[in-house]
Design a protein around this ligand. Structure first.
Ligand code: KIV
Length: 266
């Protein structure tokens, strides 16, 4: 990337952990938002399968298709100049065994231009993570609350199985994951995992001791329709601002005060 800011890589993130510099990660699903977030200096852009809920209005991430992920991944990768772009493996493509998951990951990378993929799972995914890493694919393991397993888990609850989460995280690292994402894990356990791993951890609802933090951007800026989780720090109330702007526009159009002569051609 001559003449431009350098891309964040797996090595950058590892060095950040070693230097205790925190990593920022946000979701992005389209070109415009990805450009804004990239310019604002976010380190990792996640094309999360949360797009099923955030963009498509689904109740869970389960209906999201591979085609959807590739489409949105391409839009985000086109915008990102500095941030690492990570694309989620949608259900059930991360759970189809080594060969199929490898083929799908390669397809995502080739067709989107992303730098990494994320898959849900830890210890039971070790063989798949090892195969992806062996094929040169940078992979993040998502442990703790796994939204694609919401029905098996019985809801979006904090995950408190210390032994399981430690085992998942250490197995994912040993298999070659360059980062472990922990969702809805108690603070102390997330701190324990973070201290145990050489690779960075990124938390969402996992307390302040992780090496980095991720949020769904729509939650951060107040664009979420419906409930916002406890772990979100909402910075803006954009839904309200957009509604106000649109109401003003409606009123001006209806009153005949838009457009003015300045906003028109002679
Ligand atoms: O899909 C997603 O956006 C995610 C984050 C919630 C971590 O996996």
């Amino acid at each position: 990337m001559t003449g431009q800011q350098r891309r964040i890589t797996t090595q950058t993130l590892l060095r950040m952990k070693q230097r205790r510099e925190r990593i920022s990660m946000l979701t992005a699903y389209d070109f415009t938002m990805a450009s804004i977030l990239d310019t604002a200096g976010v380190d990792i852009l996640l094309v999360g399968d949360s797009l099923g809920m955030v963009i498509q209005g689904e109740e869970t991430t389960i209906p999201v298709s591979l085609r959807d992920m590739i489409y949105h991944g391409r839009l985000v990768a086109r915008a990102a100049k500095r941030a690492m772009v990570v694309v989620d493996l949608p259900f059930p493509h991360g759970q189809l065994g080594v060969r199929k998951t490898l083929a799908v990951s390669a397809r995502i990378m080739k067709q989107t231009g992303c730098q990494a993929v994320k898959l849900e799972g830890g210890a039971e995914q070790a063989a798949t993570i090892r195969a992806l890493a062996g094929a040169g694919i940078a992979v993040i393991a998502h442990v703790g609350l796994r939204p694609q397993s919401v029905h098996r888990l019985g809801g979006y609850h904090v995950q408190r199985n210390t032994e399981q989460i430690l085992e998942d995280a250490t197995a994912a690292e040993a298999a070659g994951a360059f980062c472990v994402l922990m969702e809805c894990v108690p603070t102390e356990l997330a701190a324990q995992v973070t201290a145990a791993l050489k690779v960075p951890t990124i938390g969402i609802g996992a307390g302040p001791e992780c090496d980095g933090q991720v949020l769904v951007t729509h939650d951060l800026i107040g664009l979420t329709v419906g409930r916002v989780p406890k772990f979100v720090r909402q910075k803006l109330d954009l839904s309200k601002e957009i509604q106000q702007a649109v109401q003003e526009f409606n009123a001006e159009v209806r009153a005949g005060t838009f457009p003015s002569l300045d906003e028109s051609f002679e």
